[in-house]
Design a binder for this molecule. Structure first.
Ligand code: NI
Length: 263
């Protein structure tokens, strides 16, 4: 089962800029949980597809739930050894009005570093497609900060580096490109010293809140199933770090998300 926050957020105040409600971990209670979202304060959720199969699942969710939107991408972990059918990919975007972003796309040298050139090629193509459709990008960067930043500087896309794990210096470079920093449950973890420094030093106008549900549940639910309503705990931590109210944090970050994804 899933944890429920002991104090729900005010109605409509939470937007989850990055989730995977299509994940199998939700299979036995997905609808039950999604139907509760409104009462728990959540007004919009972006589910991110990572390959053709999960893209279809996310599109189906956005067809069934008016508050669900879709981002479509090939996650670096899902980049196949064979070529990706990007014409099929473009057709999916053309035929779905609730697709608001490209991603997640990017580089992940933690899981695999023997196919760096294939990961980079797929990343470049998706950044080009984001320009073709005038859509922002949702970037995944794990253990690949240097190469990710280099490619972002080349393309200068609109978008967000999700689950940001870089240094303050990198965060400033990302912001200088006009992009946003995605922050989730990690902010509440005791050992997340670097991310807390980033959160403290960068302006609130450049931060988006996210879950990466079902993963990355914030404290006090670390290790459990994550979902959008638990963003209240990330907002609380960010409010504490920035010396603001939770309400101010939720209002500002939700507004940032609506500006970027134009929904
Ligand atoms: Ni994700």
């Amino acid at each position: 089962m899933y944890p429920v926050p002991s104090f729900p957020a005010p109605k409509g105040s939470i937007i989850d800029s990055h989730a995977h409600f299509n994940d199998k971990k939700f299979d036995s209670f997905r609808d039950e949980l999604l139907l509760k979202m409104h009462d728990l304060g959540v007004s919009k959720i972006i589910n991110c597809g990572c390959d053709f199969e999960t893209i279809d699942e996310c599109v189906a969710l956005s067809n069934n739930y008016d508050f669900c939107y879709t981002s479509v991408g090939f996650h670096p972990e899902n980049v196949p050894d064979s070529e990706i059918d990007f014409e099929r990919f473009r057709n999916i975007i053309k035929n779905n009005k609730k697709i608001v972003a490209i991603g997640e796309t990017g580089l992940d040298y933690y899981w695999r570093d023997d196919n760096k050139s294939a990961q980079k090629a797929a990343f470049h193509t998706q950044l080009e497609i984001s320009k073709e459709f005038d859509l922002p990008v949702i970037i995944h960067d794990r253990d690949a900060h240097g190469d990710t930043l280099e490619i972002l500087k080349e393309h200068k896309p609109k978008g967000v580096v999700h689950c940001f794990s870089g240094s303050l210096e990198m965060a400033k470079e990302v912001i200088n490109l006009g992009m946003y920093i995605g922050i989730g449950g990690v902010l509440t973890f005791k050992n997340s010293i670097k991310l807390k420094e980033v959160a403290r030093e960068i302006p609130l106008t450049k931060i988006l809140l996210e879950t990466d549900a079902p993963y990355m549940a914030p404290e006090p639910f670390r290790g459990k199933i994550n979902h959008s309503a638990l963003i209240i705990y990330v907002a609380e931590k960010l409010a504490e770090i920035k010396n603001l109210s939770v309400q101010e944090v939720l209002e500002a970050t939700s507004k940032n998300t609506e500006i970027l994804f134009k929904f």
